[in-house]
Design a protein around this ligand. Structure first.
Ligand code: SAM
Length: 377
């Protein structure tokens, strides 16, 4: 397959090269931010599973350089309406881009002071202005102190677990394992990576902080949503326009981190499927009132339906609480369709990728194949 056929098949791949993004994923984060104002009031950010670095590029350009990638006034109004429906934005917060004065808009575009961004991946990330990059495994306990020291060189590891070790406003994770094509296996491995990201986020997030992570929507994903609701006031599933509709990929957007009383996060004793997290979920269920336990649909004040579904099991058996999170498609829905092929203009020139991988896992295989074909000549 030639470069230009991929340009034709994937408009966001082409657009990413034209706009200087290292990967098409940049558009997913931009579209999530458009919908949820992720970067509002944020100065400490951790980007997990960040290579080759397009999400970090977005962070660098928006937070450090103060660039604004905007939606139109109309899209802004629509997004605010949805945010009010979901209770993310107060009902009386009516101001839209169109209502703001030029001065107010300029003010928002200023680079923020004292921004710290740390990006982590198993793969090396080529340098980015203002961003600290770490080559580390997000599932390893040693990564948390490493990350906290990168955010603050004076951080004392003895302070781990105290309030001082929770300085982060936003944790992002676009983590994905190498996809095998075996649907259930891919979903399982992805969920393990998601739990690793969540555990790390619980160790470093400030109360009120936000967590955004990639998920693959599988059979039991609503159990995961119920688990996330233990820690965050709002949990929403979002599908950006630039994420292919044909893929199971989506993003959970968790807003307002509120750890339960007495909860202490630790990567030494991580939460995962089963064990401590299941216990916490049962405790939360036990604290609910009878009315809440009627199940069915809980309609929030703003009229948005959040559903709790109970599996139909005999009285003497435990019921499995699942919680159906609100789902939002985001990004300009009249923009490119990521599943469509587009006719390219005749004079179209296909560009090279902005940042080819520095040390991809397949590099050694290519070298061995080249050596082999050389020796056979
Ligand atoms: N957000 C990135 C961007 O915009 O350029 C793309 C991320 S890519 C889809 C997924 C990344 O997850 C890969 O670079 C992979 O190395 C990383 N990853 C997978 N498992 C990891 C782990 N245990 N620790 C750190 N990174 C991991």
């Amino acid at each position: 397959m030639g470069k230009s056929s991929k340009d034709k098949r994937d408009a966001y791949y082409r657009l990413a090269k034209e706009q200087g993004w290292r990967a098409r994923s940049a558009f997913k984060l931009l579209q999530l931010d458009e919908e949820f104002d992720l970067f509002a009031n944020v100065t400490r950010v951790v980007d997990l599973c960040a290579a080759p670095g397009s999400w970090s590029q977005v962070l660098s350009r928006v937070l450090i350089k103060g660039e604004k990638f905007g939606r139109t006034a109309w899209q802004d109004k629509e997004a605010r309406f949805r945010q009010q429906m979901l209770g993310i934005l107060p009902q009386d917060e009516q101001k839209t881009e169109a209502d703001k004065t030029i001065d107010e808009q300029q003010e928002e575009r200023k680079p923020r002071e004292d921004v710290k961004i740390v990006s982590i991946d198993l793969q090396p990330i080529s340098p980015l202005a203002g961003i600290t990059t770490l080559r580390a495994d997000i599932t390893h306990p040693a990564t948390v102190p490493l990350l906290l020291s990168a955010l603050d060189p004076d951080f004392d590891p003895k302070m781990a677990g105290t309030q001082a070790s929770h300085p982060v406003d936003l944790v992002l994770s676009d983590g994905a394992p190498d996809v095998t094509g075996l649907h259930d296996l891919d979903i399982y491995v992805q969920s393990q990576l998601l739990f690793a990201a969540l555990n790390l986020a619980l160790c470093v997030l400030k109360p009120g902080g936000k967590f955004v992570a990639k998920i693959f929507r599988g059979k039991n994903v609503d159990v995961l949503y119920a688990q996330l609701k233990i820690f965050f006031e709002k949990v929403i599933v979002a599908k950006p326009r630039s994420s292919r509709a044909s893929s199971v990929e989506a993003f959970i957007v968790c807003i307002n981190f509120q750890p339960p009383d007495g909860f202490r996060a630790s990567l030494e004793e991580p939460l995962g499927v089963g064990g401590r997290l299941d216990e916490m979920l049962k405790e939360r269920e036990a604290q609910k009132t009878d009315t809440e336990m009627q199940g069915a649909a809980a309609i929030s004040e703003q009229g948005v339906v959040e559903m709790e579904v109970y599996d139909d099991v005999p009285e003497d058996k435990e019921r499995n609480t699942r919680w159906i999170a609100p789902f939002i498609a985001c990004g300009d829905l009249s923009a490119f369709d990521s599943d469509a092929s587009y006719q390219l203009p005749e004079d179209h020139v296909s560009l090279d990728p902005v940042q080819p991988p520095i040390a991809p896992p397949y590099k050694r295989a290519i070298e061995m194949r080249a050596a082999l074909s050389g020796s056979q000549r």
